[in-house]
Unconditional design. Structure first.
Length: 295
């Protein structure tokens, strides 16, 4: 598959998030239709219940818009012994659903037990031991359904900093989902992570970043969700992240997975036809078209 044929979208780019009170949700048919208008080839699954859970129903819906399903985000708290069993049971259910729908990858969010994304955590050594043991069970569970596990370092979760990522790579066989925006928000260069994780990148989320807003989030002056509302994640090429350098490194390494335009947004109402998140998605896809010419 060519580079441009491996560009997918995520429903959250259109403001679709499962967090309580996140914002207005556009209909799945409008979101999928706009993905095709942008030129995307596939979508991620989005939050539970947004897209059909029945395989035949989902396949019919995706076929209507000529889109494939490339994965789904599954957050789980894996470092607290008292909640591991519950979270692993949820992972099992989510993996079974994704596999039945034909997705190749489960994107694992190493979640925090704190609500929201505004409290950063450092696991104790005991918690790291529990986390890594639980992570091995997640990989085994997903593999049993024919899925690859891609661990997603994420702001406000248990794995996000450079040292977190390097420890996971050193002490676990898990592959990564590199999210350029979340890494940059944590002060991590996604180009460096791509080099360190060579051969172990299974999935990619592409975001660009407003560095001024990012600094306010890092300092605690601005809550993550409010920063998203204010425009924390920018169309590709408009912010401080070296998207071009990151993609060039991955392509040189022989990466054959998907690049997902995942530019978190919060909507307060239904956009007018032709307006809203589609504009930013089109800018991002246009940037990738230009980038493709130089690969």
């Amino acid at each position: 598959m060519t580079f441009l044929s491996r560009i997918a979208g995520a429903p959250i780019t259109w403001g679709v998030d499962g967090s309580p009170g996140w914002g207005h949700l556009m209909s799945s048919t409008r979101v999928l239709d706009e993905m095709r208008q942008v030129g995307l080839s596939a979508t991620e699954h989005g939050p539970d219940g947004y897209l059909p859970q029945d395989a035949e129903e989902l396949r019919a819906l995706l076929d209507r818009f000529d889109l494939a399903l490339v994965g789904g985000f599954v957050p789980a708290v894996l470092y607290q012994p008292e909640s591991v069993a519950e979270n692993l049971a949820y992972v099992d259910r989510a993996a079974a659903t994704l596999a039945s729908l034909g997705a190749p990858v489960m994107v694992l969010g190493p979640d925090s037990h704190h609500p929201g994304y505004d409290r950063q955590i450092d696991l104790t050594e005991t918690e790291w031991d529990t986390f890594l043991t639980s992570l091995a069970r997640v990989i085994e569970t997903a593999s049993g359904y024919g899925l690859k596990t891609a661990l997603h370092p994420h702001w406000g979760m248990a794995v996000v900093r450079q040292d977190h990522v390097e420890r996971v790579l050193d002490q676990s066989p898990v592959d990564l989902c590199i999210d350029t925006g979340h890494l940059a928000l944590a002060g991590v260069d996604s180009v460096d992570v791509a080099k360190v994780a060579s051969g172990r990148v299974a999935h990619v989320h592409l975001k660009d970043l407003d560095e001024e807003l990012a600094q306010r989030v890092r300092s605690g002056d601005l809550a993550f969700r409010q920063a998203v509302i204010d425009g924390l994640f920018l169309p590709l090429g408009d912010g401080s992240v070296d998207i071009r350098g990151f993609v060039e490194v991955l392509e040189t390494q022989g990466y054959e997975g998907w690049y997902v335009i995942e530019q978190d947004a919060v909507l307060d109402a239904e956009p007018d036809p032709g307006a809203g998140p589609i504009g930013a998605a089109m800018r991002s896809f246009s940037f990738l078209e230009d980038l493709a010419g130089g690969l």
